[in-house]
Design a protein around this ligand. Structure first.
Ligand SMILES: O=c1ccn([C@@H]2O[C@H](COP(=O)(O)OP(=O)(O)O[C@H]3O[C@H](CO)[C@H](O)[C@H](O)[C@H]3O)[C@@H](O)[C@H]2O)c(=O)[nH]1
Length: 352
């Protein structure tokens, strides 16, 4: 966070929905070191809140038990708040396939509650966390996140004088996040089990947690009403990821190919060509502005956007693909991976 950004937070009140996850922890710690006045954590699980309370132990952190599905609990938690980071979501692809309406309730209606409560309470800026699975979605999780993005963008379209600036960010795969494939591979290696690989050729964008938090901060600092931001990210195949993790642990893995899981894609796109045709390249980031026209299309001369044909999707199959050694280097930059390696008696210096 640079100085200009820290000034933003100084003495301010910030709400993080779904704040007991890894994003919430990291962002809360950062805000506290940047002089934030108060960090509010809104989440459903009191046990996780209690753990976090003991871990952080700072009286500027306040915990609100509640659910984004319930407007009143969001409204209470966002009273007098300056900024909101909306991370609460159902994120697991397979469970959303079985319970799509639960994804609608949390990811779509819950997000609308966060937008409405933020506006009602005069929040200045709200950043909503989305995922690459919202682009050309094939699963209920991605579809509900795509709808969340639409809800966020419609706020400005319907309220020209809105107080709250609402923006979105899209993540790729956050490395070592809870329940994801990297900790799974590491556990399998440590237990001497075979690595389960869905499809060796499947590709995913890899992002560190720090990069993800950086993306949210970038959105927060730069957002205009309805903007959506992505961070440029390298991708890799699942095969190369498995080989890289195994190399770091000094193991030649046995592999089981288990086939794709419910509603998985072979590759992901962080942005579609339609979006890139109207995006601004901001170095490490793209800003995708909302379509700000009103509903009266006849006022506009519409010649069709020829630029769309000049762009390709920002797709994990085609952009900057890492080789195994690049994946190893990226893995070594993740603190949890380094801790795992140390725990397994693999000193980082020896690997480097
Ligand atoms: O046993 C396994 C499990 C997963 N994979 C593969 O590893 C890759 C990553 O899988 P994860 O389960 O770690 O991540 P997903 O891409 O399924 O989805 C994750 O990343 C998303 C962002 O795109 C969301 O954040 C979502 O919540 C999170 O689960 C995928 O290609 C998957 O097929 C395997 O090879 N073997």
């Amino acid at each position: 966070m640079n100085h200009a950004e820290s000034d933003h937070y100084s003495g301010k009140k910030v709400l993080v929905t779904g704040g007991t996850g890894s994003f919430g922890h990291t962002v809360a710690q950062k805000l506290l070191t940047e002089g934030v006045g108060e960090v509010r954590i809104l989440s459903r699980d009191e046990a996780k809140q209690d753990l976090m309370r003991h871990e952080i132990s700072d009286d500027r952190v306040r915990f609100y038990v509640g659910d984004v599905r319930d407007y009143l609990s969001v409204e209470r938690a966002s009273k007098d708040v300056d900024y909101v980071f909306h991370a609460a979501a159902l994120k697991q692809v397979p469970s959303c396939e079985f319970f799509p309406m639960e994804a609608v309730r949390t990811n779509v209606i819950g997000s609308e509650n966060v937008v409405r409560a933020s506006e009602a309470n005069g929040v200045r800026s709200l950043v909503c966390l989305s995922t690459d699975k919202a682009v050309y979605p094939v699963n209920a999780m991605g579809m509900s996140k795509a709808m969340m993005e639409k809800v966020a963008q419609s706020h400005g379209l319907n309220n020209p004088n809105a107080t709250t600036t609402v923006s979105c960010v899209r993540y790729g795969n956050v490395m070592y996040s809870r329940g994801s494939v990297i900790p799974l591979f590491i556990r399998q290696l440590k237990e001497g089990k075979r690595l389960t690989i869905t499809n060796p050729d499947m590709t995913r964008f890899m992002m560190s947690l720090d990069d993800s938090v950086g993306l949210v901060e970038f959105a927060f600092t730069n957002a205009k009403q309805g903007d959506l931001f992505i961070r440029k990210a390298p991708s890799c195949t699942v095969r190369d990821l498995a080989v890289a993790v195994s190399n770091l642990f000094g193991v030649t893995p046995d592999i089981d190919v288990i086939g794709t899981r419910h509603a998985e894609k072979l590759s992901e796109a962080l942005a579609s060509r339609e979006e890139l045709a109207r995006a601004a390249d901001m170095g490490d980031y793209f800003r995708i502005a909302a379509d700000a026209r009103d509903l009266n299309y006849s006022l506009y001369v519409d010649e069709g956007d020829v630029r769309q044909t000049q762009f390709a999707d920002y797709d994990s199959h085609t952009v900057d693909r890492m080789d195994v050694s690049a994946v190893e280097r990226l893995l070594l930059s993740i603190p949890e991976v380094r801790r795992e390696l140390q725990g397994a008696g693999r000193p980082i210096e020896a690997i480097g």
